[in-house]
Design a protein around this ligand. Structure first.
Ligand code: NAD
Ligand code: UDP
Length: 321
């Protein structure tokens, strides 16, 4: 069944709206002229991420835990499920919340989409590939995940979320989309969120030692937030229920990244080495041929530009602006 085109007057429900990616997503949907209902329980998100939308009449926000189920009045055309803590620090502290939002929360959002006859988009992750034995990772790779390790609450919840999404697509004929997001960075990341970009920038800007875990030889591929949101919207707009990797080919070791952050911030912080967390993936880079061929999507922002913009954000955030 070909997907219907989304119109300019679309009404969307976004979970995780007060988070890093969710808040940027809301901005971009509003810029399309859409009406947006944002949901968030603020477990890792902050109201400041949405403060600039205070006077926007096409935006409404509801503090709500989507794992408890959702009722929305009126028509809904799109349901975008971005709620989930995403930092390994959260995996250690709130694993049950993560499992709940990936499973019950995903089902609640799918039910909402089904009730309303809406299109559904799941924010999935490169973590579905675990510590990958295939490099780079194409969407056809099934992954290498430890089901009982410290990251399993997140990895398995997202794998379950994808399974839920496909079950609704196959048996309830819901229009579903899945975006597998690779490491993304940019403004509105929480300074104390514990992921590598906030840690390195905070440490560099405050003159603290920059903490590289292990020997820093593990790699990640970094995508600037504007490119990621463009990719997620291309997946949403496209006709295809298959998962899409969205990320860049800029693969960097965590030691090189520390050196880059030192350079861009002009910091004199020393680089120190700390133990590598268990099951930390050794390498990660997306194969993005599918997104390029089927959606015409490619990232546009070079790492130098993205890190400079991110530096400016953290500089102001740490100054309390
Ligand atoms: P984030 O922590 O900034 O945002 C997640 C938001 O979800 C927060 O505002 C949080 O309060 C909210 N939330 C969590 N549980 C909820 C619940 N039960 N009900 C309502 N709201 C809830 O993280 P992020 O980086 O913006 O991640 C957003 C989504 O993208 C997540 O689904 C994450 O798994 C996915 N993702 C992000 C990255 C990345 O690099 N940023 C990579 C892969 C996948
Ligand atoms: N990392 C690091 N120092 C830090 C934080 C993270 O070396 O202060 C490493 C971490 O071990 C991992 C990589 O940076 O190899 C990316 O970590 P992040 O938590 O950002 O996300 P992940 O991709 O592991 O989910």
């Amino acid at each position: 069944m070909p997907a219907e085109k989304l119109s300019d007057s679309t009404r969307a429900v976004v979970s995780g709206a007060a988070g890093f990616l969710g808040s940027h997503l809301c901005d971009r949907l509003l810029a399309r002229g859409w009406e947006v209902v944002g949901l968030d329980n603020l477990v890792t998100g902050v109201p400041e991420n949405l403060a600039h939308l205070g006077g926007e009449r096409r935006f409404s926000f509801r503090r709500h835990d989507v794992s408890e189920g959702i009722a929305i009045e009126g028509p809904v055309d799109c349901v975008l499920h971005f709620a989930s803590p995403a930092s390994p620090v959260d995996f250690a502290q709130i694993p049950l919340d993560i499992l709940r939002v990936g499973t019950f929360g995903t089902q609640a959002m799918l039910r909402l989409a089904e009730d309303k006859g809406a299109r559904f988009l799941l924010a999935s992750t490169s973590e579905v590939y675990g510590d990958p034995l295939v490099h780079p990772q194409p969407e056809s790779y099934w992954g290498n995940v430890n089901p009982i390790g410290p990251r399993s609450c997140y990895d398995e919840a997202k794998r379950c979320a994808e399974a839920f999404t496909f079950a609704y697509h196959r048996t309830r004929h819901l229009e579903t989309r899945i975006v597998r997001i690779f490491n993304t960075y940019g403004s509105r990341m929480r300074v104390d969120d514990g992921r590598v970009i906030p840690n390195y920038f905070r440490q560099a800007l405050q003159g603290e030692p920059i903490t590289v875990y292990g020997d820093g030889s593990q790699t990640r591929s970094l995508c600037y937030v504007d490119d990621l949101i463009s990719g997620a919207l291309a997946v949403l707009d496209g006709p295809d229920p298959d998962p899409f990797n969205i990320g860049t080919q800029y693969e960097v070791t965590m030691l090189e990244l520390a050196q880059r952050v030192k350079r861009v911030t002009g910091s004199s912080s020393e680089i120190v080495f700390q133990p590598l967390p268990q099951d930390d993936p050794k390498q990660r880079r997306p194969d993005t041929q599918r997104a390029k061929e089927r959606l015409g999507w490619e990232p546009q922002v070079a790492i130098e530009e993205g890190l400079a913009l991110t530096h400016e954000y953290f500089r102001l955030a740490l100054a309390g602006c």
